[in-house]
Design a protein around this ligand. Structure first.
Ligand code: 6PG
Length: 249
Protein backbone atom coordinates (compact mmCIF):
# COMPACT_ATOMS: atom_id res chain seq x y z
CA UNK A 1 0.00 0.00 0.00
CA UNK A 2 1.53 3.30 -1.06
CA UNK A 3 1.35 6.27 1.26
CA UNK A 4 -1.07 8.96 -0.01
CA UNK A 5 0.19 12.23 -1.43
CA UNK A 6 -0.20 15.30 0.78
CA UNK A 7 -0.90 18.18 -1.62
CA UNK A 8 -0.47 21.71 -0.30
CA UNK A 9 -0.95 24.81 -2.43
CA UNK A 10 0.53 28.21 -1.61
CA UNK A 11 -0.18 31.67 -2.93
CA UNK A 12 3.49 32.46 -3.33
CA UNK A 13 6.84 30.75 -3.84
CA UNK A 14 7.92 32.26 -0.55
CA UNK A 15 5.04 30.63 1.33
CA UNK A 16 5.92 27.33 -0.32
CA UNK A 17 9.59 27.48 0.70
CA UNK A 18 8.64 28.59 4.22
CA UNK A 19 6.40 25.54 4.59
CA UNK A 20 9.19 23.33 3.25
CA UNK A 21 11.63 24.80 5.76
CA UNK A 22 9.18 24.24 8.61
CA UNK A 23 8.63 20.64 7.49
CA UNK A 24 12.39 20.06 7.38
CA UNK A 25 12.75 21.32 10.96
CA UNK A 26 9.84 19.15 12.08
CA UNK A 27 10.99 15.96 10.35
CA UNK A 28 14.62 16.38 11.40
CA UNK A 29 13.55 16.89 15.02
CA UNK A 30 11.56 13.66 14.81
CA UNK A 31 14.43 11.74 13.22
CA UNK A 32 17.00 13.04 15.71
CA UNK A 33 14.78 12.09 18.63
CA UNK A 34 15.45 8.46 17.63
CA UNK A 35 19.07 8.51 16.44
CA UNK A 36 22.22 10.65 16.52
CA UNK A 37 22.32 11.57 12.83
CA UNK A 38 19.67 12.33 10.19
CA UNK A 39 19.98 12.21 6.40
CA UNK A 40 18.90 15.01 4.07
CA UNK A 41 18.99 14.60 0.29
CA UNK A 42 19.39 17.87 -1.61
CA UNK A 43 18.04 18.64 -5.06
CA UNK A 44 19.21 20.88 -7.86
CA UNK A 45 16.95 23.48 -9.41
CA UNK A 46 15.88 27.04 -8.73
CA UNK A 47 12.95 26.14 -6.46
CA UNK A 48 15.09 24.05 -4.09
CA UNK A 49 17.71 26.80 -4.26
CA UNK A 50 15.18 29.28 -2.89
CA UNK A 51 14.70 26.93 0.06
CA UNK A 52 18.44 26.73 0.72
CA UNK A 53 18.63 30.53 0.75
CA UNK A 54 15.86 30.57 3.38
CA UNK A 55 17.48 27.88 5.53
CA UNK A 56 20.63 29.95 6.11
CA UNK A 57 18.66 32.89 7.49
CA UNK A 58 18.78 33.28 11.29
CA UNK A 59 15.17 32.10 11.61
CA UNK A 60 16.06 28.59 10.43
CA UNK A 61 19.83 28.41 10.65
CA UNK A 62 19.68 28.17 14.45
CA UNK A 63 16.80 25.71 14.46
CA UNK A 64 18.59 22.97 12.54
CA UNK A 65 21.43 20.96 14.19
CA UNK A 66 23.56 20.99 11.04
CA UNK A 67 26.36 19.02 12.68
CA UNK A 68 23.96 16.09 13.07
CA UNK A 69 23.07 15.91 9.38
CA UNK A 70 24.33 13.60 6.67
CA UNK A 71 23.95 15.43 3.36
CA UNK A 72 23.35 13.53 0.13
CA UNK A 73 22.32 14.57 -3.38
CA UNK A 74 19.39 13.31 -5.42
CA UNK A 75 21.17 13.91 -8.69
CA UNK A 76 24.12 15.61 -10.33
CA UNK A 77 25.26 16.76 -13.69
CA UNK A 78 28.41 14.99 -14.96
CA UNK A 79 30.63 18.01 -14.46
CA UNK A 80 33.31 18.95 -11.90
CA UNK A 81 32.13 20.34 -8.55
CA UNK A 82 33.23 23.88 -9.42
CA UNK A 83 31.33 23.88 -12.73
CA UNK A 84 28.45 26.41 -12.95
CA UNK A 85 26.05 23.56 -13.82
CA UNK A 86 26.98 21.50 -10.74
CA UNK A 87 24.16 20.87 -8.26
CA UNK A 88 26.86 20.46 -5.62
CA UNK A 89 28.25 23.90 -6.44
CA UNK A 90 24.78 25.44 -6.20
CA UNK A 91 24.08 23.77 -2.85
CA UNK A 92 27.57 24.58 -1.55
CA UNK A 93 27.30 28.26 -2.44
CA UNK A 94 23.70 28.68 -1.24
CA UNK A 95 23.76 26.45 1.85
CA UNK A 96 26.65 24.13 2.70
CA UNK A 97 29.31 26.85 2.85
CA UNK A 98 27.21 28.79 5.35
CA UNK A 99 26.37 26.14 7.95
CA UNK A 100 28.56 23.91 10.11
CA UNK A 101 28.40 20.44 8.60
CA UNK A 102 31.54 18.30 9.00
CA UNK A 103 32.98 17.70 5.51
CA UNK A 104 32.92 13.94 6.10
CA UNK A 105 29.14 14.19 6.46
CA UNK A 106 28.65 15.66 2.98
CA UNK A 107 28.39 12.95 0.33
CA UNK A 108 28.96 14.51 -3.08
CA UNK A 109 28.14 12.74 -6.33
CA UNK A 110 31.46 12.89 -8.19
CA UNK A 111 30.35 14.32 -11.50
CA UNK A 112 33.96 14.61 -12.62
CA UNK A 113 34.35 10.82 -12.80
CA UNK A 114 33.08 8.62 -15.61
CA UNK A 115 29.32 8.22 -15.04
CA UNK A 116 29.26 4.49 -14.32
CA UNK A 117 32.16 4.73 -11.88
CA UNK A 118 30.63 7.75 -10.16
CA UNK A 119 27.26 6.00 -9.82
CA UNK A 120 28.81 2.83 -8.39
CA UNK A 121 30.99 4.82 -6.01
CA UNK A 122 28.01 6.83 -4.76
CA UNK A 123 25.96 3.73 -4.18
CA UNK A 124 28.82 2.34 -2.07
CA UNK A 125 29.04 5.61 -0.15
CA UNK A 126 25.30 5.61 0.62
CA UNK A 127 25.38 2.01 1.82
CA UNK A 128 28.47 2.59 3.94
CA UNK A 129 26.73 5.49 5.65
CA UNK A 130 23.16 4.17 5.91
CA UNK A 131 23.39 0.41 5.45
CA UNK A 132 22.37 -1.97 2.68
CA UNK A 133 18.75 -0.77 2.61
CA UNK A 134 19.11 2.99 3.16
CA UNK A 135 16.07 4.99 4.26
CA UNK A 136 16.76 8.69 3.82
CA UNK A 137 15.00 10.83 6.41
CA UNK A 138 14.21 13.64 3.97
CA UNK A 139 14.48 13.78 0.18
CA UNK A 140 13.95 17.14 -1.55
CA UNK A 141 12.83 17.02 -5.18
CA UNK A 142 12.03 19.55 -7.88
CA UNK A 143 10.12 18.74 -11.04
CA UNK A 144 10.64 19.89 -14.60
CA UNK A 145 7.90 20.90 -17.04
CA UNK A 146 8.36 17.48 -18.69
CA UNK A 147 7.69 15.71 -15.39
CA UNK A 148 11.32 14.81 -14.74
CA UNK A 149 12.52 14.74 -11.16
CA UNK A 150 16.07 14.40 -9.89
CA UNK A 151 17.66 13.30 -13.17
CA UNK A 152 14.93 10.80 -13.96
CA UNK A 153 13.92 12.12 -17.37
CA UNK A 154 11.18 10.74 -19.63
CA UNK A 155 12.36 7.91 -21.85
CA UNK A 156 15.66 7.34 -20.03
CA UNK A 157 17.03 4.05 -18.75
CA UNK A 158 17.24 5.11 -15.10
CA UNK A 159 13.44 5.02 -14.87
CA UNK A 160 13.58 1.22 -14.91
CA UNK A 161 16.67 0.85 -12.70
CA UNK A 162 15.05 -1.38 -10.10
CA UNK A 163 18.15 -3.12 -8.72
CA UNK A 164 20.29 -0.04 -8.10
CA UNK A 165 20.23 2.92 -5.76
CA UNK A 166 22.20 5.19 -8.09
CA UNK A 167 22.22 5.23 -11.90
CA UNK A 168 24.31 6.84 -14.60
CA UNK A 169 21.68 8.18 -16.97
CA UNK A 170 22.22 9.46 -20.50
CA UNK A 171 19.65 12.17 -21.28
CA UNK A 172 19.35 12.37 -25.06
CA UNK A 173 17.39 15.62 -25.13
CA UNK A 174 20.16 17.29 -23.15
CA UNK A 175 22.88 15.32 -24.92
CA UNK A 176 24.49 14.82 -21.53
CA UNK A 177 25.08 12.28 -18.81
CA UNK A 178 23.56 12.64 -15.37
CA UNK A 179 23.82 10.81 -12.05
CA UNK A 180 20.59 10.14 -10.20
CA UNK A 181 19.04 8.29 -7.31
CA UNK A 182 16.70 5.67 -8.70
CA UNK A 183 12.97 5.46 -7.92
CA UNK A 184 13.48 2.54 -5.49
CA UNK A 185 16.18 4.50 -3.61
CA UNK A 186 13.92 7.52 -3.28
CA UNK A 187 10.83 5.48 -2.43
CA UNK A 188 12.47 3.90 0.62
CA UNK A 189 12.67 7.35 2.19
CA UNK A 190 10.79 8.46 5.27
CA UNK A 191 9.81 11.88 3.91
CA UNK A 192 9.78 13.15 0.32
CA UNK A 193 9.03 16.78 -0.49
CA UNK A 194 8.32 17.95 -4.04
CA UNK A 195 8.94 21.70 -4.34
CA UNK A 196 7.15 22.84 -7.51
CA UNK A 197 6.54 26.43 -8.55
CA UNK A 198 5.72 28.22 -11.79
CA UNK A 199 3.16 28.13 -14.58
CA UNK A 200 5.43 26.02 -16.75
CA UNK A 201 4.85 23.08 -14.38
CA UNK A 202 1.06 23.38 -14.31
CA UNK A 203 0.35 20.96 -17.17
CA UNK A 204 2.61 18.24 -15.79
CA UNK A 205 1.19 18.73 -12.28
CA UNK A 206 -2.36 18.28 -13.57
CA UNK A 207 -1.45 15.25 -15.69
CA UNK A 208 0.30 13.56 -12.80
CA UNK A 209 -2.03 14.42 -9.92
CA UNK A 210 -5.34 14.21 -11.75
CA UNK A 211 -4.81 12.00 -14.78
CA UNK A 212 -2.30 9.58 -13.31
CA UNK A 213 -0.04 10.27 -16.30
CA UNK A 214 2.95 8.06 -16.98
CA UNK A 215 5.71 10.41 -15.89
CA UNK A 216 8.98 10.15 -13.95
CA UNK A 217 7.54 12.14 -11.04
CA UNK A 218 4.67 9.61 -10.93
CA UNK A 219 7.22 6.94 -9.98
CA UNK A 220 7.86 8.72 -6.68
CA UNK A 221 5.51 6.82 -4.39
CA UNK A 222 7.05 5.89 -1.03
CA UNK A 223 6.01 2.53 0.38
CA UNK A 224 5.62 3.78 3.91
CA UNK A 225 7.11 7.27 4.03
CA UNK A 226 5.27 10.56 3.63
CA UNK A 227 5.01 12.31 0.27
CA UNK A 228 4.35 16.05 0.11
CA UNK A 229 3.59 17.92 -3.10
CA UNK A 230 4.22 21.56 -2.22
CA UNK A 231 2.88 23.70 -5.07
CA UNK A 232 2.50 27.41 -5.63
CA UNK A 233 -0.73 28.71 -7.18
CA UNK A 234 0.89 28.92 -10.62
CA UNK A 235 1.99 25.29 -10.63
CA UNK A 236 -1.45 24.26 -9.31
CA UNK A 237 -3.37 26.51 -11.73
CA UNK A 238 -4.65 23.69 -13.96
CA UNK A 239 -5.85 21.47 -11.12
CA UNK A 240 -9.60 21.00 -10.85
CA UNK A 241 -11.31 22.49 -7.82
CA UNK A 242 -11.54 19.18 -5.97
CA UNK A 243 -7.73 18.80 -6.06
CA UNK A 244 -7.56 22.38 -4.86
CA UNK A 245 -9.58 21.28 -1.87
CA UNK A 246 -6.30 20.20 -0.37
CA UNK A 247 -4.83 22.52 2.25
CA UNK A 248 -3.83 25.82 0.76
CA UNK A 249 -2.21 28.68 2.60
C1 6PG B 1 18.44 19.31 -11.69
C2 6PG B 1 17.36 19.01 -10.70
C3 6PG B 1 16.04 18.94 -11.41
C4 6PG B 1 15.25 20.14 -10.93
C5 6PG B 1 14.02 20.35 -11.77
C6 6PG B 1 13.22 21.57 -11.30
O1 6PG B 1 19.52 18.71 -11.63
O2 6PG B 1 18.20 20.23 -12.49
O3 6PG B 1 17.60 17.97 -9.91
O4 6PG B 1 15.34 17.75 -11.19
O5 6PG B 1 14.87 19.94 -9.57
O6 6PG B 1 14.45 20.55 -13.11
O7 6PG B 1 14.05 22.69 -11.41
P1 6PG B 1 13.41 24.17 -11.15
O8 6PG B 1 12.94 24.16 -9.73
O9 6PG B 1 14.55 25.10 -11.43
O10 6PG B 1 12.27 24.32 -12.13
Amino acid sequence: MKAPRKIEIFETREALTTRAADLIVEKLDAALSEKPLASLVLSGGSTPKDLYTLLVLEKYKDKIPWEKLLIFFGDERCVPPDHPDSNYKMAHDALLSQVSIPSENIFRMKGELSPDIAAAEYETAIKSALGEHPKFDIVLLGMGADGHTASLFPGTTALAASEKLVAANYVEKLDSWRLTLTPPAINMSRNIFFLIAGNDKAKAVKEILENDADSPAQLIAPRSGSLFWLLDDDAASQLSSNEKGYRSR
